[in-house]
Design a protein around this ligand. Structure first.
Ligand code: GUN
Length: 291
């Protein structure tokens, strides 16, 4: 069994990005600049945006976080997005989700200039991705594809099961793995809360991507020998240790890992690859504009 070391691979990619940024700056050009909008005080969102800021600084990008209170109106938020769309100094723009209930996520996403949409959430980018046209792909599926590529995992003709049908992970993942490409060329099945016979479907899979957000959902009896297992889940569960919690994926790692050919750990698998995918998209946005 081989552990898919997302932490190590993400560090390699960050090194590559850092080198590119160094040559941009050495040529007298400004470094790429990511703007993140954060509305309200959601703890998880604060953490994610903090990580994004730290990652930007690590590779030499500029980073600006714009914070707004929960009380901001949709109109005010949309006009802030338009201002950043029109600001030539901003390379990429993300609005951290979720947003307060009175603000439409759809309206917000559709207001972001698709060329600055480094989250890959805008329907123009989703449409391009589905059509196989180069685009910004959302970070988690993009990170998983990159991880498979760097480990030369065989995908052509494989039966792949995606657990979860979210717009930002499950559905783009299914789409990418079914495309005529490498990684891709898979026969893909998406399972979700209304699916029947999930156990049997998983047991026939060569590749399983678990993205349900249900801790330890995937157990050994659902996995065939030699399968590749990618775990997108990361949930804090109470534990009898110093921190009082531990991070648990959607896969029951101890019993499943024994049966697999490749598996991602939690933490240190998909998470770091997701983080670095946003940096890759930001650099891509910069290069598309400046080349
Ligand atoms: N909330 C959870 N994941 C994401 C993400 O990838 N991007 C944004 N903007 N918000 C999120």
């Amino acid at each position: 069994m081989i552990i898919l070391d997302g932490k190590k691979i993400s560090q390699e990619i960050k090194k590559e990005i850092t080198e590119t940024v160094k040559s941009i700056v050495a040529a007298g050009k400004p470094a790429p600049h990511l703007a993140a909008i954060l509305v309200g005080n959601d703890g998880a969102s604060e953490t994610y945006v903090g990580h994004k800021e730290k990652d930007c600084h690590e590779v030499g990008f500029r980073s600006t976080v714009l914070r707004f209170p929960d009380s901001i109106s949709q109109e005010e938020l949309l006009s802030e997005i338009v201002r950043l769309n029109n600001d030539d100094d901003i390379t990429g723009l993300i609005v951290q989700l979720p947003l307060p209930k009175h603000i439409s996520e759809k309206d917000v996403i559709e207001t972001i200039n698709p060329q600055k949409d480094v989250d890959g959430f805008h329907p123009v980018n989703v449409g391009k991705m589905v059509s196989g046209i180069p685009s910004f792909v959302s970070a988690t599926p993009d990170g998983i594809i990159e991880l498979m590529k760097r480990y030369n995992i065989e995908t052509a003709g494989k039966n792949c099961v995606i657990l979860g049908r979210s717009n930002i992970v499950g559905r783009p993942m299914a789409n990418l793995l079914s495309q005529k490409a490498y990684p891709g060329d898979c026969t893909v099945t998406i399972c979700h809360s209304r699916s029947k016979n999930i156990k049997e479907i998983c047991a026939a899979a060569d590749i399983i991507v678990a993205a349900l957000g249900v801790p330890e959902f995937l157990t050994a009896d659902m996995v065939k020998d030699g399968a590749v297992v990618i775990d997108v889940g990361i949930t804090r569960v109470k534990a009898d240790n110093k921190s009082g919690f531990r991070l648990v994926g959607d896969v029951k790692f101890d019993e499943v890992s024994i049966k697999t050919s490749y598996i991602t750990p939690v933490p240190g698998g998909v998470g770091p690859m997701t983080r670095v995918a946003l940096l890759k998209n930001t650099l891509k946005s910069y290069e598309l504009k400046n080349n």
